[in-house]
Write a protein that binds this ligand. Structure first.
Ligand code: PEP
Ligand code: MN
Length: 370
């Protein structure tokens, strides 16, 4: 059962304390409290887990501070929609609003290699009005002999440079819970010049212990990649692991599925699921065209496959694009063949703008038919 408190309820207030003590007194039920920061207001949601069937919904709705009560029987208890369109979707992090209506581009290096390339990348992003990027420090690799990322050694210059060029959010994959502390400590040491969105890679989508430890911290939002060989339902349940531990600031990322049927693309592009994830859950949805396509092939008109599949996802309502760029792809340490070139950045951004505007127009078109 989900209890939504009145917006901006003060947790010190008598109403709140009274409501909470009443709920905690219910036998065989555990109470979990979630705070959701939105652009306009802070929402507190309380989840009652356990034997909730026999509870009287009206009695709970009558407690002070309670705005409404929703019975949840379906999956994805926290992140799901549950036929309540009024529930907030998305979150604000470090001044950037992520929700199911807007769009952000996280263009950047698949793997951090050296300060020069990080700086060149970030300078270009700033020149083109971008406040987000991707920077891989911890790289999960197929071969143990392949470059594994510079790890915590590169964090100081990545964060310093992000601050220098006005980057507010850096998406960064972590593969072990100790990386959260490394990132937190380095941000503190460098004076918090930027923010970090913790990325969980496709190989770790069902690493439940990792999910639990990332879900237990509420400081950093999370970008969860869809597992490349499991069902959508299984990946959405992985997202729910994060939320059930306390962090519902989760963005779900489609990145293609591993199957020979995807050839000649690296993975089978699955961006038709963008609106499906938005229908089933309140998570903003990201697409990763780079790891989906995996190469710089282009069509007969010179449009890269990466740009074409991005267009497909955005025109269907995607809210974030995670995309590999590199100042010198031939010398990139990871995934150079799929990196876009810096001179392609403004065109790619214009294309994204066009597609997002088209999605908005498509929405109003079909609204007329309702
Ligand atoms: C990445 O984004 O760098 C990455 C390794 O992606 P994935 O986990 O989707 O393979
Ligand atoms: Mn990669």
């Amino acid at each position: 059962m989900l209890i939504i408190l009145r917006p901006d309820t003060n947790v010190q207030s008598q109403e709140y304390q009274h409501t909470l003590s009443q709920l905690k007194a219910i036998p065989d039920v555990s109470v979990r409290i979630h705070t959701v920061e939105g652009t306009q207001q802070t929402l507190t949601e309380i989840y009652l887990l356990g034997e909730t069937k026999k509870l009287n919904k009206d009695e709970i709705a009558a407690l002070p501070a309670v705005e409404r009560v929703i019975r949840i029987s379906e999956e994805y208890r926290i992140l799901g929609r549950h036929k309540d369109e009024n529930r907030q979707n998305g979150f604000v992090y470090n001044g950037v609003n992520f929700d199911q209506s807007n769009i952000h581009v996280f263009a950047g290096l698949c793997a951090v290699d050296n300060p020069k390339n990080v700086e060149t990348m970030m300078r270009h992003l700033q020149e083109h009005g971008q406040v987000c990027t991707r920077m891989g420090a911890y790289k999960p690799r197929t071969s143990p002999y392949a470059f594994q990322g510079h790890g915590k050694e590169c964090l100081p210059y990545v964060f310093d440079l992000a601050g220098k060029y006005g980057i507010k959010v850096v998406a960064m994959e972590i593969t072990h819970e100790s990386h959260i502390d490394e990132i937190r400590e380095c941000l503190e040491k460098t004076g918090n010049p930027t923010g970090v969105m913790l990325q969980i890679g496709t190989r770790n989508t069902q690493n439940f212990e990792l999910l639990k430890s990332i879900g237990r911290q509420q400081e950093f939002p999370i970008l969860l990649k869809r597992g490349f060989g499991i069902t959508l339902n299984e990946s959405l349940n992985a997202a729910e692991y994060l939320a059930s531990e306390g962090n519902s600031k989760v963005i779900f990322c489609l990145r293609g599925m591993k199957t020979e049927a995807g050839n000649p693309h690296r993975n089978m592009v699955d961006f038709a699921h963008v609106p499906v994830v938005k229908r089933l859950t309140r998570m903003p949805v990201c697409i990763d065209p780079s790891h989906s396509v995996g190469s710089r092939e282009s069509d007969n008109d010179g449009i890269l496959d990466i740009a074409n599949v991005s267009a497909q996802g955005i025109i269907a309502g995607a809210n974030m694009v995670l995309v590999d760029f590199h100042p010198d792809p031939a010398h990139a340490l990871v995934d150079g063949p799929q990196a876009l070139l810096l001179n392609e950045l403004p065109y790619f951004l214009d294309d994204i703008r066009l597609c997002h505007e088209t999605w908005l127009k498509r929405k109003s078109l079909y609204r007329k038919a309702l």
